[in-house]
Design a protein around this ligand. Structure first.
Ligand SMILES: Nc1nc2c(ncn2[C@@H]2O[C@H](COP(=O)(O)OP(=O)(O)OP(=O)(O)O)[C@@H](O)[C@H]2O)c(=O)[nH]1
Ligand SMILES: [Zn+2]
Length: 197
């Protein structure tokens, strides 16, 4: 089982001055005049942006799901179209899209907003889309111990649009299944057909 420190590390807020310093260095290395008016505040702004877009490092995603209710609803629950913004760990370029989570509770249901908070805690870090998908499924399984979980994530990667292969509009779809979703094709197709509605 992953420990708390596998998910939590307060690097950005603990290293603001250093990050600002290095952003300023990079601007200089790009040939910019770091003292011109438009750039004076940029290192501090970029650091504040990092604090925001990498705020997931400050959160243990399992604690986000900590508020649960005892409820004997043992049927499919889906929260779909959860918008997320993340950054790929290869280029530090944004990727973003929607996550869809379905699960079959086994005595414990989660507050609906907590599923969206879980997606934020997992995506607001350097990531790859596959790991986003499997971590959401793993944490749902670990905390709620449901009969099954299925997660589908759609993403558009800026490192494939704004640079490199430059394929604007291509979408990556990843899925992860746990528990009864692994063995039941009918459950998987029920989930997928409800996503289309
Ligand atoms: N599987 C996966 N790959 C990703 C993700 N985000 C970015 N990548 C890929 O990471 C790969 C890094 O490949 P490299 O060859 O090391 O880097 P590169 O020379 O910049 O590659 P190109 O993007 O092909 O120009 C690229 O193929 C990206 O498309 C992700 O979430 N999942
Ligand atoms: Zn990338």
């Amino acid at each position: 089982m992953a420990g708390k420190k596998d998910y939590v590390n307060s690097v950005v807020s603990g290293n603001r001055e250093q990050i600002e310093y290095h952003i300023k260095q990079i601007l200089g290395l790009l040939g910019e005049d770091v003292e011109r008016e438009g750039l004076l505040e940029t290192p501090a702004r970029v650091t504040r942006m990092y604090e925001e877009v990498f705020s997931g490092y400050e959160v243990d995603p399992r604690e986000v799901l900590g508020v649960t209710f005892d409820e004997q609803h043992e049927e499919l629950v889906i929260v779909k179209d959860i918008v997320y913004y993340s950054h790929c760990e290869h280029h530090m370029a944004p990727f973003f899209g929607k996550a869809h989570i379905g699960y079959i509770p086994s005595g414990k249901i989660a507050g609906l907003s907590k599923l969206a908070r879980l997606v934020d805690a997992i995506t607001q870090r350097l990531q790859v889309q596959e790991r986003v998908t499997s971590q959401i499924a793993d944490i749902m399984e670990e905390v709620l111990q449901p009969h099954g979980v299925m997660v589908v994530v759609e993403g558009e990667h800026m490192c494939m649009c704004a640079r490199g292969i430059k394929k604007t509009g291509s979408t990556t779809v990843t899925s992860a299944v746990r528990g009864e979703f692994r063995t039941s094709a009918a459950l998987r197709s029920e989930f997928l057909s409800l996503l289309k509605q």
